[in-house]
Design a protein around this ligand. Structure first.
Ligand code: HEC
Ligand code: HEC
Length: 306
């Protein structure tokens, strides 16, 4: 009799325990589905401002980035002349290895404003000295544009200096090759460019020309010009410069690569295809600025070519 009761009690307890475990398992399972539910939310990386990106695209084309970084901005071998040097314009559609998580804006700022890579090492041949005057607004626009590009994958070698390049560098024959050495790194970027259409905007945009046409815009032999490279022209309103040119002549030359006398500009030496993509208002501003320069006689042709 007592044995039967004990057995029943035990049986009941067993069932109860079983039910409790079942309930616990159910609670766990039900809560788990809610706690682990995948809501499949995907936040798009900072929606680029389309207007800013469009301005960046215009800058990337008209300021010559494509000339050295490739038409698709996927990078390009610019010079492969070992034992002198091999210089490769980087892929701007992807962040460099090891820095995938860093921001494009930081990369642009480092390269354009300081002439250094993501490890703060000097870039070879990147004309950052001329780009260092770009405003924060313009660098933001370029960053916004490059952020919209789909990655391009070209097999590209790394840039490297060969023994002859190093010897020339040490011998002072490659001045400007390392822009980082000539940039004032303490100078902070201006917030925005001067208003479009003004002489001041022209001065701002024409900084790009100084790498070849020199600080006084009177031109002359270019440091980086190889043999057979024509000297940069005199852009000042002097008889040996653009004194006889009209604004129209200037704009037509930049758009077509032809001087008023019909002769052709050397498109390898003078990046007219890039400059010619600047808007009428930009070219008008540059013209106003060039006209405001003191006329400077061009250095004699002797020694211009090397
Ligand atoms: C005259 C050729 C030339 C022009 C014009 C030029 N670049 Fe470069 N750029 C280079 C070269 C060459 C390198 C790589 C140098 C190296 O590897 O040391 C480089 C490197 C860079 C880098 C650094 C990549 C890295 O390592 O993180 C950025 C960013 C860059 N350029 C952006 C631009 C932008 C934007 C423009 C236009 C506003 C531009 N470049 C115009 C030649 C050029
Ligand atoms: C990479 C070097 C380089 C840059 C950058 C450059 N130029 Fe030139 N430019 C030259 C060279 C070299 C010539 C001479 C071409 C020739 O003789 O065929 C030239 C010629 C010209 C001419 C023709 C003048 C003449 O009398 O033949 C004009 C105008 C001109 N450049 C304007 C500009 C402007 C404006 C900028 C900047 C927005 C600029 N260039 C940037 C190298 C450059």
């Amino acid at each position: 009799m007592t044995g039967k009761i004990v057995r029943r009690a035990l049986y009941g307890a067993g069932v109860l325990l079983g039910l409790c475990l079942l309930a616990a398992a159910l609670v766990y399972a039900l809560s788990e589905t809610r706690l682990r539910k995948d809501y499949a939310i995907h936040v798009a990386p900072a929606t680029a401002d389309p207007a800013l990106a469009a301005q960046g695209k215009h800058l990337a084309r008209s300021r010559g980035c494509a000339d050295c970084h490739g038409d698709d901005f996927g990078g390009k071998v610019l010079l492969d002349e070992m034992p002198f040097a091999r210089v490769v314009g980087d892929d701007l559609t992807r962040m460099p290895a090891g820095h995938e998580k860093a921001s494009i804006r930081e990369r642009m700022f480092r390269a354009l404003h300081h002439g250094v890579d993501m490890d703060s090492r000097p870039l070879l041949m990147m004309p950052s000295k001329e780009f260092a005057s770009l405003s924060v607004q313009e660098i933001d626009a370029l960053s916004a544009y490059f952020a919209t590009l789909a990655p391009v994958r070209h097999e590209l070698p790394d840039s490297a200096m060969g023994p002859i390049g190093r010897a020339l560098l040490v011998g002072g024959k490659l001045d400007g090759f390392l822009s980082a050495e000539t940039i004032d790194h303490a100078q902070s970027a201006v917030a925005a460019p001067p208003s479009l259409g003004t002489l001041e905007y022209g001065r701002h945009a024409a900084q790009l020309c100084t790498g070849c046409h020199r600080g006084d815009f009177a031109g002359g032999r270019m440091d980086h010009g190889g043999p057979g490279m024509p000297p940069a022209a005199n852009l000042t309103p002097h008889a040996t410069g653009l004194a006889d040119w009209s604004e129209r002549d200037f704009i037509v030359a930049m758009r077509t690569g032809r001087r008023p006398d019909g002769s052709e500009l050397d498109g390898k030496a003078m990046p007219w295809r890039a400059v010619g993509q600047a808007s009428d208002a930009e070219l008008h501003s540059i013209w106003l600025f060039l006209r405001s320069l003191p006329p400077v006689a061009r250095e004699t042709d002797a020694g211009d070519r090397r």
